[in-house]
Design a protein around this ligand. Structure first.
Ligand SMILES: NC(=O)c1ccc[n+]([C@@H]2O[C@H](COP(=O)([O-])OP(=O)(O)OC[C@H]3O[C@@H](n4cnc5c(N)ncnc54)[C@H](O)[C@@H]3O)[C@@H](O)[C@H]2O)c1
Ligand SMILES: [Zn+2]
Length: 376
């Protein structure tokens, strides 16, 4: 097979490129080496892959990249960065994705399938159980309640306390961030235009992906990079709220196999599929596990600060892709050892994150609550 991997220089794309080469595919990469994620061309881009430096919004770059290709893995995306403009999420993730279909149509390029990631962030809050009302999905939390240090969402119908459940693909898409909104658009484009142009497609709602090659200077590519930087600079990781928020952390190698499963299996066609381990991990637990991977003391502080729009609990039910034969294989502790080993190999790691906190407080992306600890 001849595969195009857009975003093939990034965290997930680069591991996917390696796996495709290993199974004997011919691989082409289209990536603009976005300065939000990269400092120049990363050394891990293999010589065996053809590399095209270009932008998914650029018709000519796309035409050049798509010619002669059988399978498209469209992983390029605006994932956030300190300087990312709000409109660029939509520009890259929605318009860039639509442009792929436009070019396939205009150039009469027939591909076997296109697979693209969506994101867990499109759900907003996950599913919960109310004793009285059964399964409910609260809207993103109210700022006033958060400012008072009330972290758990309440039943939208009766206000009762809730128990978090695993979230499957039937949940509403309540995500409110620009990134989430752009990913909702992207997956609708992937599924909708796929049907319109009779191209098999699948959209994968990845949980929180981590592993070696994760950007260590972009605060939007994951808390594990931030916590790693702090731990390695003997600074305390800072857990927002009460540190009991839960997430679904899934290792990059497992995500690559899920992506290849969706490409291979006809049962994925026209579908959106969650990709997560389905194991809730609190923020405090992940800090402790990461510190153990570095063989350091966690020494974290629970700050009681919060970020408006943050989700309290979101852990995915990946039953749909499991039914197609995928199973996550990497436990959190083992995956974190892989990631920590890679980060330690980078040498001295500058703490770019502590300096950003003041600015985030000023911009209101990090706020104080009544439960806030004194500022560090
Ligand atoms: N990492 C996660 O936790 C996570 C979770 C859910 C979904 N995803 C999705 O997975 C995909 C890959 O993300 P990642 O974590 O590997 O991020 P990443 O930033 O490491 O990789 C994205 C790659 O896309 C490239 N890129 C960005 N804009 C581009 C453009 N306009 N043209 C060409 N290339 C461009 C970047 O240079 C980068 O190499 C993205 O679609 C992302 O939305 C990631
Ligand atoms: Zn209720």
């Amino acid at each position: 097979m001849r595969a195009l991997v857009t975003g093939g220089a990034g965290l997930i794309g680069s591991h996917l490129v390696d796996a495709l080469l290993a199974q004997g595919d011919e691989v082409r990469i289209l990536d603009n080496l976005d300065p939000g994620s990269h400092r120049g061309r990363p050394a891990w881009i293999p010589d065996e892959a053809e590399f095209i430096l270009g932008d998914v919004r650029d018709t000519d770059a796309l035409a050049k990249s798509l010619r002669g290709i059988d399978e498209v893995y469209h992983l390029a995306a605006a994932v956030g960065g300190v300087t990312t403009e709000i409109s660029s999420f939509f520009d890259v993730n929605a318009t860039g994705t639509a442009r792929i279909f436009e070019v396939l149509d205009q150039e009469k390029i027939a591909i076997r399938k296109l697979v693209a990631p969506s994101s867990q962030s499109i759900y907003g809050e996950g599913l919960y159980r109310c004793e009285q009302h059964g399964t409910v999905q609260p809207l993103p939390r109210d700022l006033t309640r958060m400012a008072e240090g009330h972290w758990e969402p309440q039943c939208p119908q009766c206000g009762a306390a809730l128990t978090p459940l695993l979230t499957d693909e039937s949940a509403h898409l309540n995500g409110e961030t620009p990134y989430a909104a752009s990913k909702i658009a992207e997956e609708r484009i992937v599924i909708g235009l796929g049907k319109r142009f009779a191209i098999p497609t699948a959209a994968l709602r990845y949980a929180v992906v981590y592993g070696p090659r994760q950007s260590v200077f972009n605060p939007y590519t994951g808390i594990l990079s931030i916590f790693s930087t702090l731990l390695l600079n003997d600074r305390p990781p800072r857990a927002f709220e009460d540190g009991q928020e839960t997430r679904d952390f899934v290792y990059v190698g497992d995500v690559v196999r899920a992506t290849m499963t969706a490409m291979r299996e006809d049962g994925a066609d026209g579908q959106v599929l969650n990709v997560g381990r389905g194991v809730p991990v609190t923020i405090v637990e992940v800090i402790e596990a990461l510190a153990a991977a570095y063989e350091r003391e966690p020494n974290y502080v629970v700050t009681g600060e919060f970020r408006p729009g943050d989700v309290r609990h979101l852990v995915l039910d990946a039953g749909r892709i499991r039914a197609l034969g995928w199973e996550p294989q990497t436990e959190l502790a083992a995956g974190l050892v892989q990631m920590a080993g890679w980060i330690e190999g980078l040498g001295e790691l500058e703490d770019v994150f502590s300096g950003m906190l003041g600015e985030q407080r000023e911009r209101g992306t990090v706020m104080q609550s009544d439960a806030s600890a004194p500022q560090a």
